[in-house]
Design a protein around this ligand. Sequence first.
Ligand code: KG4
Ligand code: ZN
Length: 344
Amino acid sequence: MNVLGIETSCDETGVAVYSTDQGLLDHAVYSQIALHADYGGVVPELASRDHVRKLAPMVRELLADLGLSAQDFGGVAYTAGPGLAGALLVGAAFARSLAWAWQVPAVGVHHMEGHLLAPMLEQDVPQFPFVALLVSGGHTQLVRVAAVGEYELLGESVDDAAGEAFDKTAKLLGLGYPGGPALAALAEQGDPARFSFPRPMTDRPGLDFSFSGLKTFALTTLRQQEAEVPSAEHGQLHADIARAFEDAVVDTLAIKCRRAVEQTGSKALVMAGGVSANRRLRDRVDRLMQDLGGRAYYPRAELCTDNGAMIAYAGWQRLRAGQHEQLEFAIRPRWPMQDLVAGG
Ligand code: KG4
Ligand code: ZN
């Protein structure tokens, strides 16, 4: 059976078809980055309108490319939250109407569960139980995953998410939106020895994170240094700050991952969400898990950021557990993942 997946929680329109025998058949993502770039961040109303424009043509094109039609589908999965209310409503309304027309069940998926299960779309999949580090624009969480739907929150950010901290620091450095990839690229030219930024909340026990202070530290360093060094050297200064910031975030995440893995005795660490596309973070987590005699798992880079494939897959897990929606529907702009019930 095939499941159509639809993602519209923020600034990416994602569509995908997951086959229960053949895995991911294909997916497409349209990013609204250019639309929001002038505003320095996502404008919710513009995001909703663009999802309205893009979603139906993208689904039509994907199905045409795969040579599939209504009768080939056994379900439609969509992101029901968390995310921007208007953007979620576009995907929810479209998916529910399509499922109704196709006479198949529709299933609302938790966006972070989608990220968390994305590594399952790859060849080599982690075995349950495992520890997951979810690092996106809106969330930084360490979760113990016993099975699909059995999630224990071990720790999370008390303020900014890691991705948000990347985006805000990138903005300080004059980089465009979204800042994470741009900051990571700039950091490549940075000298790791010039500045050392703090590793917040690593000096005390626990698995929570705090990233807002790092952004302030970057700002203070930038102001001080810009006043002192000649403007011809500001380019290098920015790169060195980007490197110090990236190293601090990566190191902080790795320290907490080590604690979580040691605390739970897990042999597998799954990493997902937009920030897990970061190369330095991947390398670091790979080495950490090797040292601990385990392994790190993460999806290919295009499935780390928002996409429909992870929604199709998570939707299938819900459908096979016998879960689907009734005809009325709700979206949940705020939705703690601990509220989910166990899957099959
Ligand atoms: O998961 P995602 O696509 O959307 C949310 O659900 O939030 O994550 C987007 C976040 C943004 O903050 C973006 O700057 C960050 O992921 N990001 C990165 C990288 N690629 C994306 N951060 C650091 N390094 C990257 N290579
Ligand atoms: Zn996401």
